[in-house]
Design a binder for this molecule. Structure first.
Ligand code: LLP
Length: 398
């Protein structure tokens, strides 16, 4: 999509800030994944925590992928969007009994990551099928905050507890049909993913009724240099390892990426509200903040930022800041941009994953709308912007 043309043609008709998605890129990502992973005994789940907009879920469903849902709410959204219960894998942390009951009643696939949840299932839902989330010890990620295996990780059942988990399930009439392990998120190299897969294939031999092994998501996206994540080598490595291990043909090999499908599919368009220039530092203040796009604040993440309003050749180094009452509300430090003025449109790029889905109402600000350019270049709203009434709708003013 030609961002400049499309955003400029909107002519201020859409209030900034707003998310703008490109359907063509979403479909390219989906098709690429399907080409590589939907062969033979591979299967793909979309980790909808990355972006749960129903329009995107519809494209995922059309491509016959399943869903990794990490909350009851995500399960409900997936059901509303037409996913069958069998295609939804419910993999939440710290499950409570109501949540387990809900998942059992709705007949979605259960992924269980603690012995405590197993004790409850034995007591209340004997005869049920489930898969186990395991902590293989092999963790990786773009930040320590997104590593999900290893000693410091709260997720999964440790390998040392596998015999107890198997014993509990056997005695309690629960059938273990799958195992799952997710190393973490956003690592660009594939070595940890492959190592984890190898260990999981090894451990799978301890289970006798497996229908699938889920190796998790976490495929990297290179926000700065835009190198490709090598899903061809990844799938080939898993294929080779699984045949070398003699994994049975009827065991499905599942991957569950989120970011890979959507990271590069959206921009956040905002307007410059203030320009402060001094001899030491120049600040651009936008009409958005980490309440709308928190990745820079949370992880010091790099995102390309462009001024799409100006043709000036004079380049200036700016700190690009949000509008929140928090000094850390900074999208980028010392970025070279053309000389910018109040009213210019700035876009933050590659915000499709963990952008809107991690947004909040901090400072009692409303969330922005989400819009999409489809494959025929039609522009439409795929989620309305919030309004003040949304903010106060939960108040009890009595
Ligand atoms: N499966 C499980 C069990 C997960 O916990 C996650 C992500 C995924 C799959 C999908 O990972 P992906 O392919 O999207 O990397 N907010 C962070 C990312 C947190 C990821 C949490 N779990 C960020 O903006 O980088």
């Amino acid at each position: 999509m030609d961002i400049k043309n499309i955003v400029c043609s909107l002519n201020d008709k859409v209030r900034t800030p707003f998310y703008l998605y490109d359907e063509k890129v979403i479909l390219e990502n989906i098709n690429r994944l399907n080409d590589v992973f939907c062969k033979k005994n591979f299967g793909v789940l979309y980790a909808m925590k990355a972006n749960s907009n129903p329009y995107i879920l519809k494209l995922v469903k059309n491509a016959e992928m399943g869903i990794d849902a990490c909350s009851v709410e995500e399960v409900k959204i997936a059901l509303i969007c037409g996913f069958s219960p069998e295609s939804i894998y419910y993999n939440a942390d710290c499950l409570n009994s109501d949540e387990i009951d809900f998942a059992v009643e709705r007949n979605v696939n259960l992924v269980i990551g603690s012995l405590d949840a197993l004790y409850y299932l034995v007591k209340k839902h004997s005869g049920h099928e489930l898969s186990l989330r395991l902590n293989s010890g092999i963790g990786a990620g773009h930040s320590s905050k997104v590593i999900t295996n290893g000693e410091l990780s709260k997720f999964g059942i440790n390998f040392s507890d596998i015999p107890e988990a198997i014993r509990l399930c056997k005695n309690g009439g629960l059938k273990i049909v799958g195992i799952h392990s997710h190393t973490g998120s956003g690592e660009m190299g594939i070595a940890s993913y492959v190592e984890n897969a190898n260990v999981m294939l090894d451990i799978s031999l301890q289970f006798d009724s497996l229908r699938f092994i889920n190796f998790g998501g976490g495929f990297g996206y290179d926000y700065k240099d835009h190198q490709e994540y090598d899903i061809d080598s990844l799938s080939e490595n898993i294929r080779q390892l699984s045949s070398a291990r003699g994994a049975k043909d009827n065991i499905r090999l599942i991957v569950e990426p989120g970011r890979y499908l959507v990271a590069n599919t959206a921009i956040l368009v905002s307007k410059v509200c203030s320009v402060k220039e001094s001899s030491s530092r120049n600040f651009l203040g936008l009409d958005t903040g980490h309440n709308h796009f928190p990745r820079c604040f949370y992880y010091d993440a790099w995102h390309d930022i462009e001024n799409i309003s100006t043709l000036s050749n004079e380049m200036i180094s700016y700190d690009i800041t949000g509008y929140l009452c928090q000094s850390g509300d900074i999208f980028a430090r010392q970025r070279l941009l053309p000389k910018t003025k109040v009213g210019d449109l700035i876009c933050i790029k590659d915000v499709g994953a963990y952008g809107y889905s991690m947004s909040s109402n901090f400072n009692s600000r409303v969330r922005p709308g989400e819009y999409l350019v489809d494959t025929e270049d039609n522009f439409s709203m795929i989620r309305r912007p919030e309004c003040f009434e949304d903010i106060i709708s939960t108040f009890n003013l009595d």
